[in-house]
Design a protein around this ligand. Structure first.
Ligand code: AMP
Length: 273
């Protein structure tokens, strides 16, 4: 991979890179389409990264559909799919990690203590190997996108990060590889995440400026669904991800909840003038 990417780099080709964990869906497809349209060559990486899963999380259960993924990546315009093994990516004796700051401490960072360190470390390795001109990530994983942007600035990776909007199912559910593990009843209940975000946005449009009231609207909507447990439902500054008291400027609504054994996240950006 490094050989191919370095050759493209020497030839002055623009390289678009889309890092994923596979089980590709229309959300990934949107990233690949953009990458293919805006670059000379496009690399999709597929790697279920053990470093970013906690000991009790779904690493083993995570869906793996490489054959389908290759076909989808090709159809969307990818030139190369890089799908390394963990042994291939992490050399024997591997022990170096990217250490993150405040952006990674709250929200998913609290619920998944080693998650973002694993993400940042693998992304740094993947960027070294694939030499992106532009890397494409989804807003669906809002905190992750903020952390990757920060990583690129702070460690001076010579590339641009493009954050693209969340692709949703017709009924509003944010597309996610994890949706495949929802049973039919759970799939219906999972809709409360996007519903809660829309209710909160409506509440803000109606003039509500108290973050606590907006957050409480989200929690109320989510709690209506039986068997859905809220990890967090918060209103934060869209840049720093710090919690707000009064809403002003660009605001991010973030939710995470467990539907049965499946943990889902979603978010919405709101401009509060
Ligand atoms: P994953 O395979 O879940 O690690 O995601 C790989 C990339 O696709 C990340 O940048 C995600 O934010 C992005 N992504 C996942 N789901 C969506 C979606 N529904 N819409 C847009 N981007 C997404």
């Amino acid at each position: 991979m490094a050989g191919i990417a370095r050759r493209w780099e020497r030839q002055g080709r623009r390289i678009g890179v889309v890092p994923t964990m596979g089980a590709l869906h229309d959300g990934h497809a949107s990233l690949i389409h953009h990458a293919a349209a805006e670059n000379d060559v496009t690399i999709v990486t597929i790697f279920v990264n053990p470093l970013q899963f906690g000991p009790t999380e779904d690493f083993r259960r995570y869906p793996r559909t490489l054959g389908r993924d290759l076909a989808l990546a090709r159809a969307c315009g990818a030139d190369v799919v890089f799908a390394p093994t963990a042994r291939g990516l992490y050399p024997p004796g591997f022990q170096t990690h990217v250490e993150l700051g405040a952006l990674a401490e709250r929200w998913d960072g609290e619920w998944r203590p080693t998650h973002f360190r694993g993400v940042a470390t693998v992304v740094a390795i993947l960027f070294q190997l694939t030499r992106p001109t532009t890397a494409y990530v989804g807003r669906k994983d809002y905190q992750q996108a903020c952390i990757i942007r920060r990583l690129v600035r702070d460690l001076a990776f010579p590339l641009t990060v493009r954050v693209l909007p969340t692709v949703r199912e017709r009924d509003g559910l944010a597309m996610s590889s994890r949706n495949a593990s929802l049973g039919p009843a759970e799939r219906a209940r999972a809709l409360v995440l996007s519903r809660a975000l829309r209710a909160a946005a409506a509440c803000i449009r109606g003039g509500e400026r108290r973050a606590a009231a907006v957050a409480s609207t989200m929690r109320t909507v989510i709690r209506r669904a039986p068997g859905v447990r809220v990890d967090y439902a918060v209103v934060v500054d869209a840049e720093t991800l710090e919690p707000l008291t009064l809403l002003w400027g660009r605001v991010a609504l973030l939710v995470a909840a467990r539907v049965g054994r499946t943990r889902l996240i979603d978010n919405l950006l709101v401009d509060v003038s």
